[in-house]
Design a protein around this ligand. Structure first.
Ligand SMILES: Cc1ncc(COP(=O)(O)O)c(C=O)c1O
Length: 470
């Protein structure tokens, strides 16, 4: 034991990284053969881990063995190719290396003066995202830990920009398919649940504009102040994309803030099909998008973009005399002026490094491949007797269900999903839409390719034929 164990020497640093690296590489190389989900008994195991504050150290090897052999395997294999559940992330390795660099050099990026060049690299990332969604001059934004915090940051900015301090009568509008993160953020931003309107959607799970317009009129007549509407650029349950151009027109006409939840879908703007589906997105006042979904980053990075960057500053800027001076012009940015956070990780590097290393093209190709794979999966599902496709892919999610005369549809499909997942090659999850339980295939990971989708279809076919004869 050295005199200062918290400060390893060169050999110690190599050992720490090399031993972890050996296990990481073995883990990543084995992802395709790992079960898509392995959580049986995992919560019981988790309970056995509760322990008091350690007084003494444990050998590094033993800790790594514990992590890689015991703790990590007992989970959904969210990084693996068979993870078609929820919204997958994947997690490109280059971003993990960027995290190691960012954490090891540990520069302070909350204020520009502390590391101007690094702050600029992260600002470039935000600018690139603005370019992807079609935002022009004057736009800006901030990287967050995920879509939920991006939503919260957006709602508070919209609230203070449109309503000021007296916001109790403000009403917000979203679809019944909007991710609950929007409603949750609205409540956290101080709005009563009764001020949030969930508007029903149409047969393609897109928010109904006629009902939305009626609700706004009705609320005004009742003395409320409609101030924000949220469209979805890819819903979680079925991947539905609202008519963003029409929502934008309605928002302008009604002078309400137009927000788009593109946490899952907005990066498909890199593809031609995505741009066609999301026409009008650049008219939004704010957009959230999650690099830890459709830019394949490890979990922990979301983004909020705003068409007029000054609204973030006017909402979140607060100086204190113990801080360095903030930048005065528009060119250099202090991130602490754009969100509730002061100290933060240098999260921009995990986006910057892979984008600089490869350019955007491989990301676009991956997203195009996912659109193809979802379309292929939908076409295959149509050929399986008894399967009904409830939601054709608008992006890379397809939702379906098995129909069997006389069987309880929800129980039947919960059984089907369990049988598919029991084969351990893919993991699917369901959602309740329009009061019925549907099974979703969500293709997002950079590790999911045609051969895994073929396995998925084989397993669906096998499970369906078991149930048909059961
Ligand atoms: C459409 C959509 N919006 C928002 C969120 C919330 O994002 P996060 O989990 O990054 O907080 C999700 C999460 O899956 C989502 O699918």
């Amino acid at each position: 034991m050295t005199a200062y164990p918290l400060e390893p020497d060169a050999a110690g640093m190599h050992r720490l990284v090399d031993e972890a690296m050996r296990r990481i590489v073995a883990h990543i190389e084995s992802l395709p053969s790992q079960p898509a989900s392995n959580v049986e008994g995992a919560t019981d195991f988790a309970r056995t881990l509760i322990e008091p504050l350690p007084r003494e150290g444990v050998a590094y090897d033993r800790l790594l063995d514990f992590l890689f052999d015991e703790a990590i395997p007992r989970s959904f294999n969210a990084a693996g190719p068979g993870y078609l559940a929820f919204i997958p992330g994947g997690g490109i390795f280059h971003a993990a290396v960027a995290d190691l660099i960012a954490d090891a050099v540990n520069r302070y990026v909350g204020v520009c003066a502390a590391a101007p060049a690094l702050v600029q690299l992260e600002t470039n990332v935000v600018r690139w995202f603005c370019e992807i969604v079609g935002y022009g001059e004057g736009s800006g934004g901030v990287l967050t830990s995920g879509g939920s915090l991006a939503n919260l940051t957006a709602i508070i900015a919209a609230r203070s920009s449109v309503l000021g301090n007296d916001f109790s009568g403000g009403t917000l509008y979203c679809g019944d398919q909007t991710h609950h993160a929007f409603q949750k953020a609205a409540i956290l931003a101080g709005f009563p649940a009764a001020n949030i309107r969930e508007i029903p959607s149409d047969a393609m799970f897109r928010v109904r504009l006629d009902l939305l317009a009626d609700a706004i009129v009705q609320d005004r007549a009742n003395g409320y102040t409609p101030f924000m509407l949220c469209g979805s650029a890819g819903t979680t349950a079925t991947g539905a994309v609202d008519d963003l151009a029409a929502l934008g027109r309605l928002a302008r006409q009604e002078s309400v803030w137009f927000h788009v939840d593109g946490a899952y879908g907005a990066f498909f703007m890199l593809t031609e099909r995505g741009r066609a589906a999301m026409e009008g997105i650049s008219e939004a006042d704010s957009i959230i998008l999650d690099p830890h979904k459709t830019l394949f980053l490890p979990f922990g990075t979301g983004a909020l973009l705003v068409r007029d960057a000054t609204v973030l500053r006017s909402t979140y800027s607060m100086h204190a005399d113990y801080l360095p001076g903030f930048q005065q012009g528009d060119e250099l940015i202090d991130f602490c002026e754009l969100s509730p956070e002061l100290s933060r990780d240098f999260r921009g590097l995990r986006v910057w490094l892979p984008l600089k290393l490869f350019g955007i093209e491989p990301f676009r190709q991956q997203l195009d491949e996912k659109l193809d794979l979802a379309a292929w999966a939908a076409a295959e599902l149509h050929t399986i007797e008894g399967i009904e496709v409830d939601a054709e892919p608008q992006l890379s999610i397809v939702a379906f269900r098995l129909v069997k005369p006389g069987a309880d549809p929800d129980a039947l499909n919960r059984d089907l999903i369990a049988r598919i997942n029991a084969r351990q090659r893919v993991m699917l999850t369901g959602a309740v839409v329009d009061g019925r339980f549907v099974i979703r295939i969500c293709v997002v990971s950079h590790r999911t390719h045609r051969e895994r989708m073929e396995m998925c279809m084989e397993d669906i076919r096998a499970a369906v034929s078991e149930l048909r004869t059961a």
